[in-house]
Design a protein around this ligand. Structure first.
Ligand code: FAD
Length: 507
């Protein structure tokens, strides 16, 4: 007998996880003999292991074993940090023969527990693979090692007047290989589309050590199946991405942004329509921050957008960016939009501020980009990164808050805030529940509640963060049994022994 439905659900989840782990192949742990083998072709400082002749303390592996949120923890004894594709090939060949699980790790900024081991798998860090291989300023094709930090690539191509086709709050730490492996969306997707469009080619080391050199710089290539697409968003379950060829757009000559305070969430959709009509091709970002998210960003020092008077009566905020050819021309369009918004009989906004300097431009962006960090400073966040029709964003946030209230969990010692922000222009909401601590009671109140809610809108339970370890059991809310079965068969073709990132994406 169960004392409550929540307890019953918890037990079901526990059984599912047990079944899930029993579905996984039996893998071997790393031994000191394996370390001796790796030492034959890796420099000593590329091996961090508690099993080495000169062992590291387990605390030195903590940063690799723990995810960005501090929610997922592995117990790996060994981190390898190779410098070349050839070294990675040798590592994979050995691990495949020995049936050792391998977790590829980039900047470890992922938000679904995909980048850390579920047990004691070997961690393969791409930190030392950080060279730009080539850049063609005419086509904009950039070829780089997978371990290059996104921001470093931006800095590399800025003097050539190009920009990366993606941008995200974690740009100072995340790696291009991690971005591709998660199919990261971010702040520029509205303008430049997804990585499925801008990645031209990949170099991948397959689980058996084979190097798949698909590092094309061609815009067009219709010779057979487009294999690179399989690795975009595979979250390290099919192979290790070691090299990336990506199309970088020419930098816009003028960028502007403005923040708008809206009296009610209902105005977001009409505002988006109006902004698209007025700004057409120069609209490059349309981001939502609800009131709670805004206040947390300001509280934790992530920039400041509007004065206290200006935010009075605002239910949410929109950060809008334009990227165009002529500053004055773009500013004029923005000013006309602002005037139209303010002068209407029933204005969609309370007020708006157009940035007047590069410093103010950055400060407005910091406010939006800083929400993720502010949330992590405020408490422990349950993060749901969902795609749903724009008109339903607020309903989903409100329904989740109500669910937690019903369960008696909406108070300072349990759930402190329920908030929503995200890439509205892409139909992507980040629903965050900020708690004092991660607890089974809160998780039981949220899951499967949130997934069922998303499914009722025919949405996706992962818009851009991926499945990782967090959502393997919930994939069926967004994908059919036929699709999941095909994915399992593809996985088996690439990785018949199940050594690549076990316990992630597929149960
Ligand atoms: C402040 C903040 C803001 C963020 N904003 C966004 C956002 O706007 N949009 C968005 O989509 N995400 C966002 N994220 C999530 C995260 O930054 C992205 O998922 C990012 O792409 C992960 O890159 P990484 O190098 O840190 O990868 P990791 O976290 O190290 O790994 C992520 C997954 O990819 C696999 N992987 C990593 N490198 C490789 C490789 N070379 N080969 C094969 N598999 C690999 C890992 O095994 C893991 O499954 C944000 C995170 C933070 C902390």
């Amino acid at each position: 007998m169960f004392s409550s439905r929540a307890a019953a659900r918890q037990l079901v989840r526990h059984i599912k996880r047990w079944q899930h782990s029993s579905n996984q192949p039996t893998l071997n742990s790393v031994t000191s003999d394996d370390i001796a083998h790796f030492a034959q072709f890796l420099p000593q400082n590329s091996i961090l292991s508690t099993l080495s002749p000169i062992p590291v303390a387990p605390s030195e592996l903590e940063q690799y074993n723990t995810d960005w949120m501090g929610k997922y923890r592995g117990s790996s004894t060994t981190v390898l940090r190779p410098h070349t594709t050839d070294q990675i090939s040798k590592i994979m060949k050995w691990c495949n023969q020995r049936r050792i699980g391998v977790v590829p790790q980039g900047g470890n900024t992922g938000l679904v527990g995909g980048s850390v081991p579920t047990s004691n798998e070997l961690i393969l860090s791409l930190n030392n693979m950080s060279k730009v291989r080539s850049f063609d300023p005419v086509s904009g094709a950039l070829v780089a090692d997978a371990g290059c930090i996104l921001e470093a690539l931006t800095e590399y191509i800025t003097p050539h007047n190009h920009i990366m086709p993606l941008d995200l709050g974690a740009k100072g730490s995340c790696q291009i290989g991690g971005n591709i492996s998660t199919n990261a969306g971010g702040l520029r997707l509205l303008r430049y589309g997804s990585l499925h469009g801008s990645v031209l080619g990949l170099e991948v080391v397959l689980p058996d050590g084979t190097i798949l050199d698909n590092l094309s710089t061609l815009r067009k290539d219709n010779t057979g199946y487009d294999l690179k697409q399989l690795f975009i968003g595979a979250e390290g379950t099919l192979g290790v991405v070691t090299g990336v060829s990506i199309l970088t757009p020419a930098a816009p000559r003028a960028v502007n942004n403005m923040i708008l305070a809206l009296p009610t969430f209902e105005n977001v959709l009409p505002l988006f329509k109006l902004a698209r009509r007025h700004l057409s091709e120069i609209l490059s970002a349309f981001e939502l921050i609800d009131r709670t998210a805004y206040e947390l960003a300001v509280k934790h020092g992530q920039g400041k957008g509007l004065s206290d008077e200006e935010i009075e009566g605002a239910q949410c905020f929109v950060l809008l960016e334009t990227s165009g050819g002529k500053k004055e021309h773009d500013e004029e369009k923005l000013n006309i939009l602002l005037e139209t918004l303010l002068e209407s009989d029933s204005p969609l906004i309370n007020t708006g501020v157009l940035s007047q300097s590069p410093a103010q431009f950055s400060s407005l962006w910091k406010l939006r980009e800083g929400v993720t960090e502010a949330v992590s400073k405020e408490g422990k966040a349950y993060k749901y990164d969902i795609s749903i029709p724009l008109a339903s964003f607020k309903e989903v946030v409100d329904a989740t808050r109500e669910q937690l209230r019903r369960k008696g969990l909406l108070h300072e010692n349990a759930v402190k805030h329920v908030l929503g922000y995200g890439h509205v222009g892409d139909g992507n909401l980040h629903l965050n529940i900020v708690a004092a601590a991660y607890t089974p009671e809160i998780e039981a109140a949220l899951e499967p509640f949130v997934y069922e809610l998303v499914a009722s809108y025919k949405g996706s339970i992962s818009a851009e963060h991926g499945i990782g370890a967090m959502k393997t059991h919930a994939m069926h809310y967004s994908k059919s049994g036929v699709a999941i079965d095909l994915m399992k068969r593809i996985k088996h073709v690439f990785d018949p022994h199940g050594i690549m990132n076990p316990g992630k994406v597929l149960e």
